[in-house]
Design a protein around this ligand. Sequence first.
Ligand code: NAD
Length: 251
Amino acid sequence: MKRFDEKVAIVTGGAGGIGSAISRRLADEGAFVVVTDMDLDAASSVVAEISASGGNARAVRTDISNGLACADLVSDVLRVNRHIDILANNAGINRRGNLLDLSEGDWHASFDVNLHSMFYLCRAVLPHMIENGGGAIVNTASQWGLHPAPNHIAYNVTKAAVASFTQNLARDYAPHKIRVNAVCPGEIHTPMLEAGVKRSGRTIADLERLVPFGRIGKPEEVAALVAFLASNEAQFMCGSLVEITGAQAVA
Ligand code: NAD
C-alpha cells in the first residue's frame, strides 16, 4: 500500500520546477494527480513522464489568478475524479523590485497569483473536503515571507500573507480534520531561481556559497516535504510553516 493510493491531488504550477517534482512524487506514491498550470504543453509533458513511469495524472490549463477559472477547475476535478483529497497550492511568481521600482501591475499580479489564487481554490475545495470528512492543503510560501530578502517587497509581502492565510485556515478548519500547512523554501534550483539569478547578475555558485549546507536545494527535496505534510504521517501537523533552507539565513 502506497501513502497516496486512491487519493486525488491538485497541484498548481504543476509544470514548474517545484510543482512538477510535487506532481511526480505524489503520483509515484499512488495519487491521481491533476497537474494544472498556465502552460498546458509543459503540464502535459509532466503528465507524459508520470504515465511513462506507471503513475496516473492528467493536465488541465488554469490561470489561477482568475476566480472563475479556479471554481471551474475544482468542479471539473470533482466531476471527473469524484473527490479531492490533497490541494497543493504551489504556483507563484516573483516580481523583483523595491516599492519605487515596482509597477502597480507587478504588485497586483503578485497578489493575484501568489495569494488570491489560494483564496479562490480553497473556497472552492473546502465545502467538498468538509463533506468528505477531511483533506490536506499544502501551500508553498517562502522563507522570504518570514524573513524578507531585500528588493522583493511584492513577493515577500504575498508570501507573508500566504503564511498567515495558512495559519488562519488551519485554525478555522482543523475541527473538520482539514490540515493546512505551508512549506517555506529557501533557494531551490528551478526556472524561477535561474531567472532571478540572471536578473541579479549573480551565479548559482555565488548562491551556493551562502548556504551553510554547501548547496542550494533541489525541487525533489521540497516535494518530499510537501508529500509528508499531505500524508497521514503528518496527522497532527496543522497550521505549521516549515522552512527548508539548508540552514541559510536571509542576507
Ligand atoms: P517556476 O517558475 O519553475 O514554476 C512556477 C509555475 O507556476 C510555472 O510553471 C508557471 O507557468 C506557473 N504559473 C505562474 N503563474 C500562473 C498562473 N497565473 N496560473 C497558473 N499557473 C501559473 O517556479 P518554482 O521555483 O518551481 O516555484 C514554485 C513555488 O515555490 C512558487 O510559489 C515560488 O514562489 C515558491 N518558491 C520558490 C523558491 C525557489 O527558490 N525556487 C523559493 C521559495 C519559494
